[in-house]
Design a protein around this ligand. Sequence first.
Ligand SMILES: Cc1cc2nc3c(=O)[nH]c(=O)nc-3n(C[C@H](O)[C@H](O)[C@H](O)COP(=O)(O)OP(=O)(O)OC[C@H]3O[C@@H](n4cnc5c(N)ncnc54)[C@H](O)[C@@H]3O)c2cc1C
Ligand code: FES
Length: 289
Amino acid sequence: MSITVEKQADLKDPQEALYRPLLCKMVSVKELTPTEKLFRLERLDGRPFGHRPGQFVQVSIPGIGEAPISVSSSPSRGSYLELGVRRTGVLTGALHEMIQPGDVIGFRGPFGTYFDVDAMKGRDLILISGGCGLAPMRALIQYIEDHRDQYGKVTILYGAKSPIDILYKDELAQWVTSTQLNCQYTVDDVPEGTCWDANVGLITQLIPPLDIDPARSLAVIVGPPIMYRFVLQELKKKNLPINQIIVSLERYMKCGVGKCGHCTIEHLYCCMDGPVFWLNDVINLAGAL
Ligand SMILES: Cc1cc2nc3c(=O)[nH]c(=O)nc-3n(C[C@H](O)[C@H](O)[C@H](O)COP(=O)(O)OP(=O)(O)OC[C@H]3O[C@@H](n4cnc5c(N)ncnc54)[C@H](O)[C@@H]3O)c2cc1C
Ligand code: FES
């Protein structure tokens, strides 16, 4: 699909920049799974997006719609932005089916809070993600890989539904063999006839064998809502305090800038106060976890 662009809007007014999409070019599209694709974008003006791991952008296609999508690449990798997108509805369906390298699409943002990579410095990190949660977690992992000497032991745990659903397979294989990382992954289920020689079972089973020093560790969790409760139970058994746990919470969003109220968790706006929270700030809020 091709969208004609006369001129990139020059958004000097910061208020206008919140609401009016800027244009960016689709540089590459790569299939990750039958339902997920990785899209690489560059701004038309060549400038960096200014994103940080954990943030999201509002992606739009004129005449079709807009959706919030997590940043999936670290700014330390270059001025481009990568998005891992599951085909679920109108906008994501159009991205998957219509958009080709060279096409122009819109984006607003980056928005929201981000993983506090400074607070993580010197800590042992336990990075736990399930399903599509690996999309934002990948941005953080790339950042840590690029600043590896600033962090202690790094453990990556990832769970997918089945082998076909595993995201970022090539990078996952590199993380598993890296001497700088301890990466393990598992699938809930293996369909009959599938060749598979890795773990089977829920991601929670990967936590008990870990050697975690609660005094110097910090955990980051990103995944489907059901995952949090069970992962937190396992981390509690390891005596990890809740003020050393970071979660990223996804809520239905529209504006992305604190105006529409679609994303609230009690008094918090997930689009602005989140999506990344310290666990102790949300654990007692109704419906947060
Ligand atoms: C902060 C944030 C980050 C996200 N990051 C990613 C990402 O990296 N990759 C990715 O593939 N998706 C991500 N999503 C989810 C994505 O925004 C939704 O799937 C989006 O609505 C799809 O737009 P659509 O027009 O294709 O779907 P629609 O046609 O709008 O909706 C499809 C279906 O999904 C439901 N839906 C819409 N939004 C949500 C939501 N937030 N939670 C649960 N159900 C929803 C709708 O009610 C409908 O049933 C993220 C969402 C948020 C809030
Ligand atoms: S998405 Fe509109 S207020 Fe958060």
